[in-house]
Design a protein around this ligand. Structure first.
Ligand SMILES: *Cc1c(COP(=O)(O)O)cnc(C)c1O
Length: 231
């Protein structure tokens, strides 16, 4: 199946999951995780009406940006971001999903100020407490979200999470529910319910993420096919 058919089929499954959860399908956004896929594949996804494309690596993003991969579609940064790379993506990305420290936020704020803009970001929570992942630990997220309000050139629009790779079906549902509880609490107590996005769920579990309250899912292989790490 092609990219367009894959997107249509994922959309249908997203809509069904939204409906089953008593939510409106149009409130849930599909971000294509396009890492390791060509600029042509990105354009195909954009033409098929994907809501945004998300990249993981700055170098790859810049190369594909030059090739016009993201024309007509919002570009997101979803991977681990190093502080010294921030300046290369500010002005290009509509949303950074993966803010994992206040030091990184400080640099985003600094570069956004230079560009005269306010950068939308999400705070990443390391919900599985995994050494291998970045993100704020769940118990540190509230204080980080409070501190983040003081940055003039950053706008925190919500929370993002990548739970542990679960082998069991529905294995991530409890993590998604924990993230949702944090999202609701922080949104109410610190942000006057002004949050827009709860970004969680990937190819294997986006329906469970939607059931638990996600309104932005990041789907890669189910749209673009399996990634070839040998290349
Ligand atoms: C690659 C990636 C995804 C999508 O993963 P799939 O399992 O291919 O759907 C989502 N989020 C992030 C941060 C990713 O790096």
């Amino acid at each position: 199946m092609g990219i367009q058919e894959n997107i249509q089929s994922i959309r249908r499954r997203m809509d069904a999951a939204a409906c089953a959860a008593g939510r409106r399908p149009e409130d849930i956004l599909l971000v294509g995780a396009s890492k390791m896929n060509s600029a042509a594949a990105c354009r195909e996804a954009a033409a098929a009406g994907i809501d945004a494309l998300g990249e993981n690596r700055v170098q790859e993003l810049l190369e594909k940006y030059e090739q016009g991969a993201y024309e007509g579609v919002p570009l997101h940064f979803i991977g681990h971001l190093q502080r010294n790379k921030v300046r290369q993506i500010i002005g290009k990305v509509a949303l950074i999903h993966s803010v994992s420290s206040l030091e990184l936020l400080t640099e985003i704020d600094r570069q956004a100020e230079k560009h005269g803009l306010r950068q939308p970001v999400l705070l990443e929570v390391n919900i599985g407490r995994e050494e291998s992942k970045s993100g704020f630990l769940p118990e540190a997220l509230f204080d980080a979200a409070a501190a983040a309000r003081d940055f003039a050139h950053v706008e925190v629009q919500g929370i993002m999470a990548i739970p542990p790779a679960e082998l069991e079906e529905h294995g991530n549902l409890p993590y998604f529910q924990q993230v949702y509880a944090l999202y609701i609490d922080i949104n109410c107590k610190l942000y006057h319910n002004g949050f827009k996005y709860l970004s969680m769920g990937m190819s294997d579990d986006f329906e469970d993420a939607i059931a638990a309250g996600a309104n932005m899912v990041r789907v890669g292989s189910a749209i673009f096919g399996a990634r070839n790490y040998q290349k």
